[in-house]
Structure formats: structure tokens, C-alpha cells
Write a protein that binds this ligand. Structure first.
Ligand SMILES: Cc1cc2nc3c(=O)[nH]c(=O)nc-3n(C[C@H](O)[C@H](O)[C@H](O)COP(=O)(O)O)c2cc1C
Length: 179
């Protein structure tokens, strides 16, 4: 099984990346994980003019290959003004333009979100859950962790509350089953 783990945060101190790692640690030992952090991709801001004049950036083509090599995706994304961060959207827009067979994100996906506030990025989680099937994705489920500072143990890197940790483990079991 091979998992593509995507962190959609542009921040070097991303709390969504910490949640992503906590979730990945719940996968069976030996699971192959390829981690993409959108801030590490070298992608100009998408425009049709750029595509026409320069073609596809190497990292857009590489992202296409990395997605196709994976059997399932885990996407952890912060919420920026009720939506996904622009850096993640830019990567998605490039990905949607790369040559392929079929729909551009034809993979099962588990969605994760956290925020320092009480809503845990749930508006964006809902938006992604609605839109991703239009990209070809099969949404396995979503997990939102509100109030990150008090809900996540920074020392051990685990979700504090037992019920919430069990909810995340159940979602990751679905991921493992699709590998
Ligand atoms: C431009 C911007 C917009 C934001 N908009 C929201 C928002 O709509 N809802 C929310 O709960 N938090 C919002 N936040 C706060 C983020 O949830 C917070 O910065 C969080 O740490 C981002 O996760 P990250 O550390 O993984 O990047 C916003 C932050 C930024 C920088």
C-alpha cells in the first residue's frame, strides 16, 4: 500500500502537519508514505498564459506521478477565510491541468483539519468534502480537531481526547483498508 500524504499549509510551523503526522502514525507498520508539503513545491501562480508559454513546471508533473503512484491520499489542510489556502489551490490547479487518463484526482481521500479556534477548520473540510468528488476523488471521511493547543499533546504528538483519537483511528483504518 502506498499513501500520498498532502499537507496544504503554507506555514513552516503548521499545526495541520502535526495532525497529519499523528494520523500517519496510526497506519500499519511498514506502510509506504510519500509526503507532499505544498510549501516545498516549486510552482508559479497558475495562469493559462504561463502554461502556454512555459508548459508544465517539473513539480506539477512530479505531483501527477506521485498521485498516480499512490493507492490512497490523506490531505490535511488549514482553513483560510473559509476555504483552502491559496498555495494548496494553486497546486490543485496545476495538477488538474497535467496530462492524464480519467479525472484528475481519481483516488480515495481522507480529509483532516485543525485550527487554534473552536471550529477546527470545519468550513473548509465541508467545502473539500463537497468539491472533491467533482475532481474524481472518493471522500472516505473527514476529521476536524478544534482548539489545537489544548486538544493536541505537543510533547507526544497525539490527539488528547480518547473519543477524538478513536475517531481519527477509525478514519485511518479506512485509509489502511484502501491500500
Ligand atoms: C490568511 C488566513 C486566513 C485564515 N482564515 C481562517 C478561517 O477562515 N477559519 C479558521 O478557523 N482559521 C483561519 N485562520 C487561522 C488558521 O486556522 C491558523 O493560522 C492555523 O494555524 C493554520 O493552520 P497551519 O498552522 O497548519 O497553517 C486563518 C489564517 C490565515 C493566515
Amino acid at each position: 500500500m502506498s499513501v500520498l500524504a498532502i499537507c496544504g499549509s503554507p506555514s513552516s510551523t503548521s499545526i495541520n502537519r502535526r495532525l497529519l503526522h499523528a494520523a500517519l502514525s496510526m497506519l500499519p507498520a511498514g506502510t509506504e508514505v510519500d509526503e507532499v508539503w505544498v510549501r516545498e513545491l516549486d510552482l508559479p501562480l497558475y495562469s493559462p498564459d504561463h502554461e502556454r508559454e512555459h508548459g508544465f513546471p517539473a513539480d506539477a508533473l512530479a505531483l501527477r506521478k506521485r498521485l498516480e503512484a499512490a493507492s490512497v491520499v490523506v490531505l490535511a489542510s488549514p482553513e483560510h477565510n473559509g476555504s483552502m489556502p491559496a498555495m494548496l489551490k494553486n497546486a490543485i490547479d496545476w495538477l488538474s491541468r497535467t496530462p492524464r487518463e480519467g479525472r484528475f484526482f481519481a483516488r480515495p481521500v481522507a480529509l483532516l483539519a485543525t485550527s487554534p479556534g473552536g471550529r477546527g477548520g470545519s468550513t473548509n473540510l465541508g467545502a473539500l468534502t463537497s468539491v472533491m468528488p467533482h475532481w474524481g476523488a472518493e471522500v472516505l471521511g473527514g476529521f476536524s480537531l478544534p482548539s489545537f493547543r489544548s486538544s493536541f499533546d505537543a510533547e507526544t504528538g497525539v490527539v488528547q481526547d480518547a473519543d477524538r483519537a478513536a475517531e481519527l483511528a477509525a478514519l485511518m483504518a479506512l485509509v489502511a483498508a484502501r491500500g
